[in-house]
Design a protein around this ligand. Sequence first.
Ligand code: NAP
Length: 290
Amino acid sequence: MSDQEESIYGLIGYPLGHSLSPLMHNAAFAALGVQAVYKLFPLKEDELGGFFAELRETTNPIFGLNVTIPYKEKVIPYLDSLSPYALKIQAVNTIVISEHRHFVGHNTDGPGFLTHLKELNFETEKKRIAIMGAGGVTRAILAVLCLLPERPASIRIFDREKNKAKILIEDMSVNNIDVSITAAVDSIDELKIESADFLINATPIGMKADDPCLVDGDLIHPKMCVYDVIYNPAETKLLKLAKARGARVSNGLGMLFYQGVLAFQHWAGMDLEEEIKARMKASLIKGLKA
Ligand code: NAP
């Protein structure tokens, strides 16, 4: 992170829509007094190769990137090395580019989720965890849950496309992760939500006002923790229902925040002070309200 001339950081993906990442990272640059700016790079797939070729130029001022859908796996061939966790899950959401144009891929989605859980005091050790969805977020969450020294008792994953959950689990066992993970097949009933300690929604269902709630409210009990990766709206139908049933609930804003903090720390090569993190969080909240 140079403070001599303006460095550039940014997000690649397509489409990018209303990303909150520029707000969060530009707030941190301003608070640190670093001459840098975070920009959006909406790239079509046929533009990806050319973009990375330009990044290799020593005069290029881009020193760090975030990566979102649909390129978290597709950027890997363009990188020089991966962190052990990114290698394990084969998905990258953060790239650190050195002055010598060495490209290292990291993934902060899972660690961001975990950091948020710790803040919430949502325990996972020996817990029965039920996850709805088997996409990119589930992959990231699953890997961190399985890598913890404090192992969950079991993890069940439901996906309407059955093969996706099964493939995800196969990928995990290929990587020698030894937690009992089961794909809930046929119907969401197989998720056995009523006997879960921790329920996670990792589908986009709940983002739209007319989305249904995937879960029958009677299955939620007061000892349960319910986490929805969605952060806009702040309270999905699932969270409203779970709260009414006495469960402990959280949306995914903390996950978004911590994945950003961890990405920034990779670029900066240092931990951020609480005051800087507070400014990043405030900018996120302001952006959501706008
Ligand atoms: P993804 O890769 O597209 O996966 C979404 C999963 O949800 C898929 O398994 C999909 O199943 C499933 N799904 C979709 N509609 C469903 C339905 N009606 N019933 C059951 N399952 C359904 O997406 P992702 O990247 O994992 O993202 C998931 C959500 O997380 C999105 O809402 C995203 O905005 C949010 N997110 C939050 C954060 C954060 O920091 N808080 C970070 C990233 C993403 P099919 O395969 O059958 O379609």
